[in-house]
Design a protein around this ligand. Structure first.
Ligand code: ADP
Ligand code: MG
Length: 705
């Protein structure tokens, strides 16, 4: 390793972030104090303070080489958007340039809202939209081929104040949860904590493939996943030797990723994930929910950029390869006070930790009552290919508690009291020289969509390409509601102890059905869940209506997180997005089949029939050529018919008005057509000569990174 390859994390960490240290260093004390009040206590920022901050931020960014700044925001496209402005303005008559960036420009910008989805909230003639500085997520300087740019995290709203992005409702949900959680811990005698902050660490799964090979596949280029492709002879059950060759390349990618992310203040620990070949995982250290959501966007952006720089492509799609383990995003979520108390920490003896038991049973209630909404928050077109397929959580929501908490809950339900907690036993390896240590009281369960993992919940349904904003908005909101209901009850009761005791028992009993500690991948679970009355919302379209049903409208409007109009507009956007994405997939398949796959098959057919004839002329017969000719011809015809039907139905879809109806048609008809085209083509791939096949195979993509 060369000297300059050695990364000193403490030297580079947060180097490109306008973080607390930089603010302290560069802002006058009074201004710094004012800004902290805004960040920590939500006090509004006065224009004079903003002006000073803007100036300091500009000077700092220019020292880092920035020439432009941008309001960095998250419209309802699931990714980030930017509007770039230069710091430089012409300096009048004398020529030259002056460098400008005012408080006003820091706080507010006005991108053209009409180019972003709004779900009918605003018509194009009312195109005004504003981005507003979110000072709770630090600004940063991003370096790329275009130079350096100061990125200012912002929220994005319409002229009339409706949110057009993910951040606005996220911030509202964080605020609501803070209020209700504080109210609850105050009832338990906590007078010192000032804030309860949802804390999130989102593990990101992804695939790396070779860029040259990627560029030979239109499906990867246009849709991010493969629409054709036969399984390689060896699937996931590969042994380590296959990873050996690609290790170097991947290791170098990970080193670069770490370096870039650390500079941006994202504390990433990359690691290998051996579930599928070519698949890996990146886990950041958890932080405040709002910052974690921004960081996840940065992680995805940086991963794509670095991969390309190194001759690879990073696939973030939920199901890049059919039949191979898909990619998710594990949203680890906990509630931590400003003075460091984790409200999900059960302690050693959870049975007598009454505050924890109330919080835990509130979460059970929240997840059970809003299981459909939580499911919806993880619904994307890509995730429809993943949930319920190979090694992915099913589309049924349930909570894993583990042996210890399950036992406490069972005691509560049967006797109304919990008197003991199962303790972790000593680990027996049978080898005397190995250390003996106490095992955790609870084993892991990797198959649960919502698992309690010691002092946090891990929501595993979320798709790998999606923003984690929506899942966290829902988690924060449903928790806020459950805490608020509990507080309402306790505050109106005469005896605190009895009230708390009654609530815990009631919630545990009423919502026991959501707990499932078994194997979530097993087919029996689907049946059992049904008998428990749990919903199995298989597709995104089944889940979307949960967004604006009465229960959700009540929840979100109670805390001012979404208005009914905002919810309905988001539904509209999702239906449009669904149909749009399926149409793109259909058209990509049509293009690939028409222009390359079927012609390749026909070339092969021609060569086979030439062979049959010339062998015959020589006085022989070739069973291999004749038999292959028969099979390939039949399958090519089958593919051709499926292609014709897909073309017709794709066109039909476009004649249906945009919205739910078109989306349903896409799911029920167009997607089926796509499957019917894929089946013969994948079989053809196994029959047609390798030299004829017009694109890299799964084997080429997965094992030759
Ligand atoms: P595991 O044992 O599941 O591998 P890790 O400690 O590696 O757990 O954490 C997995 C992810 O969960 C990481 O991104 C980590 O930052 C995050 N995490 C850990 N503790 C918490 C917490 N209290 N709240 C939120 N996220 C957390
Ligand atoms: Mg995990």
């Amino acid at each position: 390793m060369e000297e300059n390859d050695i990364i000193n994390i403490s030297e580079i960490f947060g180097k490109d972030v306008f973080n607390d240290n930089v603010m302290q260093e560069r802002l006058p004390k009074k201004v710094y104090r004012e800004l902290r009040k805004t960040i920590d206590e939500g006090k509004s920022l006065d224009p004079i303070t903003a002006e000073v901050v803007a100036n300091a931020m500009k000077d700092w960014a220019i020292e880092k080489g920035a020439t432009h700044y941008t309001h960095w925001f998250q419209p309802l496209t699931g990714i980030t958007a930017e509007k770039h402005d230069s710091f430089i303005s012409p300096a009048g008559k004398g020529g030259g340039a002056i460098v400008e960036f005012s408080g006003k420009e820091l706080i507010k910008s006005e991108p053209d809202a009409s180019s972003f989805p709004s779900g009918g909230i605003r018509s194009t003639f009312e195109a005004r939209g504003y981005t507003a500085w979110d000072c709770t997520s630090p600004a940063f300087v991003r370096h790329d081929a275009a130079g350096a740019i100061l990125c200012i995290p912002t929220a994005f709203c319409s002229y009339t104040g409706e949110s057009l992005d993910m951040k606005t409702p996220l911030l509202r949900s964080i605020e609501a949860l803070n209020t209700q959680a504080l109210r609850l811990i105050r009832l338990f005698g906590n007078t010192t904590s000032k804030k309860v902050i949802p804390s999130v660490g989102a593990e990101q799964e992804y695939f790396l493939v070779d860029r040259e090979k990627f560029l030979k596949r239109k499906d990867l280029i246009y849709t991010g996943h493969t629409l054709f492709g036969a399984m390689p002879p060896k699937g996931q059950e590969l042994d380590d030797q296959y990873f050996g060759a690609i290790r170097e390349r991947v290791a170098s990618f990970m080193k670069d990723i770490n370096r870039e992310l650390w500079r941006l203040g994202v504390s990433a620990k990359t690691q290998h994930n051996e579930a599928a070949p070519g698949q890996h995982e990146l886990a950041p250290i958890f932080c405040d929910c709002n910052v974690a959501v921004d960081h996840n966007q940065l992680i995805m952006e940086v991963m794509k950029k670095v991969a390309e720089r190194q001759g690879m492509m990073c696939l973030l799609h939920e199901k890049p390869f059919a039949g191979v383990n898909g990619s998710g995003k594990h949203d680890n979520w906990s509630l931590v006070t400003d003075d460091g108390i984790n409200l999900f920490d059960p302690g050693k003896t959870p049975h007598d930790n009454v505050q924890f038991l109330l919080i835990l049973t509130c979460i059970l209630k929240a997840v059970d009552e809003h299981s459909d909404l939580l499911r919806e928050s993880a619904a994307t077109v890509g995730n429809d290919y993943r949930l319920g397929a190979n090694e992915a959580p099913p589309a049924i929501m349930s909570v894993f508690l583990g042996e210890q908490l399950q036992d406490v809950i069972s005691q509560l339900i049967s006797t109304g009291m919990a008197t003991s907690s199962i303790k972790g036993e000593k680990l027996e390896t049978g080898v005397r020289t190995l250390p003996r240590f106490t095992k955790d009281a609870t084993d892991r369960n990797r198959t649960s969509p919502f698992a309690f993992t010691g002092n946090k919940f891990e929501f595993r349904m979320v798709g790998s390409s999606a923003s984690i904003a929506e899942p966290n908005i829902v988690l924060n909101s449903i928790a806020a509601e459950a805490f608020a209901d509990a507080c309402d009850f306790i505050e109106n009761s005469e005896n605190f102890d009895i009230a708390v005791h009654d609530l815990i028992k009631k919630y545990a009993t009423e919502h026991e059905r959501i707990i499932f500690n078994g194997n979530g991948y097993a087919p029996e679970w689907v049946e059992e869940a049904e008998s428990r009355g749990l919903k199995n919302l298989k597709s995104m379209l089944d889940a979307i209506p949960a967004l604006s049903d009465e229960k959700s409208v009540r929840l979100f409007s109670r805390f001012g997180i979404f208005t009914q109009a905002e919810l309905e507009s988001r539904e509209e956007i999702k239906y449009e997005e669904y149909a749009k994405e399926i149409n793109i997939e259909a058209r990509t398949m049509i293009d690939m089949a028409t222009k390359s796959i079927i012609p390749a098959c026909l070339r092969y057919v021609k060569d086979l029939s030439d062979t049959v004839i010339s062998v015959k002329n020589a006085g022989y017969g070739s069973r291999a050529a004749a038999e292959n000719l028969r099979r390939v011809t039949a399958l090519t015809d089958e593919a051709y018919s499926a292609l014709e039907k897909l073309i017709a139905d794709d066109e039909k879809a476009l004649s249906i008005p945009e919205g739910r109806e078109r989306a349903v048609f896409c799911r029920d008809v167009v997607k089926k057509d796509m499957e019917n085209l894929r089946t013969p083509v994948d079989r053809l791939e196994m029959l047609v000569g390798k030299d004829y096949w017009p694109m890299p195979s799964y084997g080429d993509l997965l094992f030759e990174v």
